[in-house]
Design a protein around this ligand. Sequence first.
Ligand SMILES: [Zn+2]
Ligand SMILES: [Zn+2]
Length: 82
Amino acid sequence: MIVKDLSNSFNPVPKERRVINKKLLKNKKGICEVCGKNGQTEKHHIKTKGSGGDDTKENLIEVCRICHTKIHSGEIKVNNKG
Ligand SMILES: [Zn+2]
Ligand SMILES: [Zn+2]
């Protein structure tokens, strides 16, 4: 007996879409480095470009919107120890 249901459970995703999804996964780490919450994160420069900060991994942290706001308002302080 041929199980025809297999073709139903196999849901092919177009190649283009797969690439987009992979990119999304890479870009979206999703964990705030300040509070550790899982969600949507934004990149924050520890050292602003004005004070010599670069676009390096060491100078960028992923933070949630709430922590990001707090960082900029001075409520949370992040140090670049390295
Ligand atoms: Zn956070
Ligand atoms: Zn920022």
